[in-house]
Design a protein around this ligand. Structure first.
Ligand code: NAD
Length: 421
């Protein structure tokens, strides 16, 4: 599926929400298009002395509610359409959580696994050189996303400081702790999703010991596995881009994490500790109570949604279910806790990092967890109530929640504002 289709899909959700609210046509018109998307070609020196170029983008989708916020993805399939769709989701996500931000996103079309560490650092610095006039602590604030991490954010923060001649830690979040990163950012996305499931457990009729399948075993997937196991649940299947493993009695999460840290796929643990082989495409149909997509977009569509046996899906990935997949899941009675709510713990702790950087006063891990839990429960509870009152899916309810806040802000700017031009 192309990136353009992805943005089209995102708009389906916006239209569904608009039908539930009496919003002005101008509001929808404004939210249908990215405010600005910049494309550049980054040229870097490779270790062998040759030069290589990479396409890169930064999109500031909508800044009505504040500076734009969103991660930078390094992926060989990155495209402008994907970047804009992800930036649109960030706009909605920040509104869902009531964070004082608009939505943005960035990407480089590259397979970072094919670069040396020195090449990766040169590419990360080149990205900031190209976009230093677009980003800024009050304008556009990047963060990590797929195949980028705190080490890369550290290089980027350093490059920005060199360009502007002073340390500006609030220009980027997800930094190493040593450079002003926040405690609790590492597992924030997974932890937010975990707090949400715990808070809604009674409403959802969840048992104390759930069988869980996780698609994608990177930052989000590994941390949610750890948190759920510590809470008495069983991880019965896990996949990554190279394969999958399953165990009816529960996978050894520490063994899986150790394999990933050693650069091995999850399938390298097959044969150890009762881990059995599973094909990656069978993962979504595994017999479980909770399915956690934590990889990429469009993993559950009309071809495989009918195989899902879980009664609950927690979307830690962005856009893992297509609208057609959604329809099938809803018809089969599967509840989906949607991305713009379920994985919003990451941007929420990024916001905490930005607040701490600006005030120069840092919070304890306990304070971070308490604040994150309070926001997930407040917004998750409000969205759950909207979905019950209006008899709509939790996804549409989340968009209704976001859209009403966005509409209020767009209208408050006034009709002559550049925001409405
Ligand atoms: P990551 O790079 O750490 O991990 C991605 C994982 O997905 C890897 O294990 C990779 O092997 C796996 N994967 C890739 N293709 C796959 C496939 N076809 N089948 C199964 N697994 C596959 O990335 P992450 O930070 O964990 O992000 C995962 C998802 O969560 C993305 O959609 C991202 O946008 C979303 N997300 C992440 C954060 C965050 O803070 N990290 C915040 C919000 C949303």
């Amino acid at each position: 599926m192309s990136g353009d289709d992805l943005l089209g899909q995102a708009h389906v959700r916006l239209d569904e929400a608009a039908q539930q609210l009496n919003v002005d046509h101008d509001v929808i018109e404004k939210l249908k298009y990215a405010r600005e998307t910049t494309q550049v070609r980054l040229m870097i020196r490779m270790d062998d002395g040759s030069r290589k170029s990479f396409l890169a983008w930064r999109c500031r989708y909508d800044d009505t509610r504040g500076p734009t916020k969103g991660g930078i993805r390094f992926h060989p399939d990155a495209s402008v359409g994907e970047v804009e769709a992800l930036a649109f989701w960030m706009t909605c996500k920040c509104a869902v959580m009531n964070l004082p931000y608009g939505g943005g996103k960035g990407a480089v079309q590259v397979d970072p696994r094919k670069l040396s560490k020195a090449e990766l650092e040169r590419l990360s610095r080149a990205y900031i050189q190209a976009f230093s006039r677009i980003i800024g602590p009050d304008r556009d604030i990047p963060a990590p996303d797929v195949y980028t991490n705190s080490m890369i954010m550290g290089w980027m923060a350093d490059e920005y400081a060199q360009i502007v001649g002073q340390a500006v830690p609030a220009v980027i979040t997800g930094k190493p702790i040593a450079l002003g990163g926040s405690l609790g950012r590492g597992d924030a996305t997974a932890r937010g999703g975990y707090y949400l499931v715990r808070h809604l457990a009674e409403n959802l009729g969840l048992g104390k010991s759930m069988r869980v399948a996780i698609q994608g075993f990177g930052n989000a997937g590994q941390h949610v596995a750890r948190l759920l196991v510590a809470d008495g649940h069983r991880i019965v299947a896990v996949s990554d881009s190279d394969g999958a493993v399953q165990s009816d009695v529960g996978l050894h999460v520490d063994m899986l994490i150790a394999a990933k840290e050693a650069g091995q796929p999850v399938a390298s643990t097959i044969g150890q500790g009762g881990h059995q082989s599973l094909s990656a495409h069978e993962l979504v149909g595994v017999d479980c109570d909770l399915l956690v997509p934590a990889a990429l977009e469009n993993m559950i569509d009309e071809t495989n949604a009918g195989t899902v046996r879980a009664k609950l899906v927690l979307e830690l990935a962005n856009g893992p279910i297509t609208p057609e997949g959604d329809t099938i899941l809803a018809r089969n009675g599967t509840v989906v806790l949607p991305d713009i709510l379920a994985n919003a713990g990451g941007v929420t702790v990024s916001y905490f990092e930005w607040v701490q950087n600006r005030q120069g006063f840092y919070w304890t891990l306990e304070e971070i967890h308490d604040r994150l839990r309070a926001i997930m429960e407040r917004e998750g509870g409000a969205i759950w109530s909207i979905s019950r009152e209006k008899n709509i899916t939790v996804r549409t309810a989340a968009y209704v929640h976001a859209l009403s806040r966005l509409a209020e802000a767009i209208e408050a700017h006034g009709t002559q504002s550049f925001f409405m031009s």
